[in-house]
Design a protein around this ligand. Structure first.
Ligand SMILES: Nc1ncnc2c1ncn2[C@@H]1O[C@H](COP(=O)(O)OP(=O)(O)OP(=O)(O)O)[C@@H](O)[C@H]1O
Ligand SMILES: [Mg+2]
Length: 350
């Protein structure tokens, strides 16, 4: 409910996906690609954003370019980021100047530097929001996943995003240890593209690769049995350029993902190995929480459980955890102040 006419808006602007939580509706109002479609000859001319931008690409005669204003988890283009936030908030709320009376709380990646933080604030201020604040995404995700992180007890949360993977240990509402690798879902998609080229001599696009990862992919041996139905995939012959079709099974995608997933596993093992003993004991007791869109990868929970010996937990909506936490803080002044106070003492990027 809006308090004194102000509304809480949580926005998680990630490398691949942007989502908005509206407190007036108590739900995730929208999740769309972090994409802006511009005129290739005049980059200032914006033609569409989000889903619409993706849909238009390659379907008009004009010279168009698809831009992602967020790269590797950080704001790379302030103006485009502001424009994207306003346009998507307009769509979510159904009104013009959606930020006018709003408290806007955005997600800032765990390892963000001072410069990256400043860029996010510039973009938020440019949206015309009444009040702005930023929270670290691992903290927001923990709140969105309903984890109690206010106690002096370590909670490990692994965020599997499109551009990066962050492994954070949280305690008393802040990050006490963090490891970040610039390696995420997009790198898994690239690995699938490369695998098809190498093993099947077929060229497929990144979007097809992403779809295969979601719909056919698995990273667990027991899901890749012989009786799994193969799907027919259309691509281009890598040598002749002629249209080609190829059968794809879960086992193929498992092979393609084996090495990149191992990289994530290694980062996690490394983080666990380097965690101070007091926190390690808490993590052993509580298990590991996974969040972000990448947590939905089929079999990942079981693979991580096997590789670390820990119990793996996930909310029912891992891709929305962060934005739900941001939205909750945007609507609750006490929570927001407590989180901002706690993060002031953090030993992260700034
Ligand atoms: N069912 C699924 N299986 C595997 N991967 C998935 C699934 N659903 C979404 N993803 C992947 O999750 C990623 C997006 O997750 P998320 O929205 O958390 O990232 P982001 O916030 O855009 O990126 P970052 O946090 O790195 O800036 C994409 O790479 C997408 O392909
Ligand atoms: Mg994210």
């Amino acid at each position: 409910m809006p308090i004194f006419g102000t509304e809480g808006i949580g926005i998680d602007i990630g490398t691949t996906q942007t989502s908005i939580f509206l407190n007036s509706e108590d739900e995730v109002a929208l999740r769309e690609p972090t994409s802006v479609l511009v005129n290739g000859e005049n980059m200032q001319e914006v033609l569409a954003v989000g889903q619409e931008a993706r849909a238009m690409l390659g379907r008009t005669a004009r010279e168009l370019e698809l831009i992602s204003p967020v790269q590797l988890g950080a704001v790379a283009d302030v103006d485009m980021t502001a424009l994207l936030m306003v346009a998507l908030a307009e769509k979510a709320t159904g009104r013009k100047r959606p930020m006018e009376k709003a408290t806007l709380v955005a997600g800032l990646s765990g390892g963000a530097t001072k410069v990256e933080r400043a860029a996010l604030f510039q973009a938020m201020n440019a949206t015309g929001a009444k009040r702005v604040a930023a929270l670290r995404t691992p903290v927001a995700a923990a709140i969105g996943a309903d984890l109690d992180i206010s106690k002096p007890r370590g909670t490990m949360i692994v965020s599997l995003g499109g551009g990066c993977t962050e492994i954070a240990v949280l305690s008393m509402n802040s990050i006490v240890a963090l490891r970040k690798i610039f390696f995420g879902g997009q790198d898994l998609d690239e690995a699938i593209v490369r695998w098809f080229w190498r093993k099947k001599k077929v060229v497929i696009g990144m979007r097809t690769a992403e779809q295969l990862k979601r719909e056919v992919g698995t990273v667990c041996e027991e899901d890749a049995g012989e009786d799994e139905e193969p799907v027919l995939l259309k691509g281009k012959n890598a040598l002749t350029g002629a249209p080609a079709s190829v059968q794809v099974s879960p086992r193929d995608i498992m092979q393609a993902l084996d090495e990149p997933v191992q990289r994530i596993v290694d980062a996690l093992r490394n983080a666990l190995y380097n965690t101070p003993p007091e926190l390690s004991a808490d993590i052993r007791d509580r298990g590991l929480f996974i969040t972000g869109g990448g947590a939905l990868l089929n079999g990942l929970d079981r693979r991580l459980a096997r590789e670390t010996g820990l119990t793996i937990h996930m909310s029912r909506h891992p891709q929305d955890d962060a934005v739900i936490g941001l939205g909750a803080a945007a609507a609750n002044d006490r929570l927001l102040s407590a989180l901002i106070r706690a993060s002031a003492a953090e030993a992260t990027g700034d």
